[in-house]
Design a protein around this ligand. Structure first.
Ligand code: IMP
Ligand code: MG
Length: 174
């Protein structure tokens, strides 16, 4: 049965905002190269759209982490399912996430990646649900949109692996 999906952020709004964030990041990294780390699977659409709009040199790597939990909540226990291909040593790393919710995934990941001695690490997310934060120490450097505590899909985000390919951000009306 098809779920009903309400549009929260249209494709135009999302793309416009990614353009703004890309311009800001390009300014901040002027004279440097960005090593983007895409957090699979959800971060993949945002990573591509962001990377296309950056004006500084970019390299890309991918990582997949899974948090033990149900479909809609992360448990805080994170497992690396696919690790990076390349070393982070002396690189300016930009982690690209689809959404920061409790912050548990990123709080764990940032600790792991810091040990690999990058020159810097910053965090960029398409969506943030600040009300849901458990790990308050997670500092988000670039946020496209802060949203209320609702379960969203599209632009990489899934509900039971569906709807990642929607070109907008929507709320599943359960
Ligand atoms: P955190 O560890 O609680 O910050 O969880 C982050 C991860 O939970 C994201 O990378 C998503 O995979 C998933 N997630 C959290 N909120 C949503 C949502 O509203 N829609 C889809 N996935 C979500
Ligand atoms: Mg994710």
């Amino acid at each position: 049965m098809a779920d009903k999906i309400r549009v929260l952020l249209s494709e135009e709004e999302v793309n416009h905002r990614i353009g703004e964030i890309a311009a800001q990041i390009s300014r901040d990294y002027e004279g440097k190269a960005i090593h983007m780390i895409c957090i699979l699977k959800g971060g993949v659409f945002f990573t591509c759209e962001l990377a296309k709009r950056l004006t500084v040199p970019v390299s890309l790597d991918f990582m997949s982490v899974s948090s033990y939990g149900d479909d809609t909540k992360s448990s805080g226990v994170v497992r690396i399912v696919k690790d990076l291909d390349e070393s982070l040593k002396n690189k300016d790393v930009l982690i690209v996430e689809d959404i920061i919710d409790s912050g548990r995934t990123l709080s764990y990941l940032i600790e792991v990646l810091r040990q690999r001695e990058p020159a810097s690490i910053r965090l960029c997310t398409l969506l943030d649900k600040p009300e849901r934060r458990v790990k308050k120490q997670v500092k988000v450097d670039y946020t496209c949109f802060s949203i209320p505590d609702e379960f969203v899909v599209g632009y990489g985000l899934d509900y039971a692996q569906k709807y990642r390919n929607l070109p907008y951000i929507g709320v599943v009306e359960l």
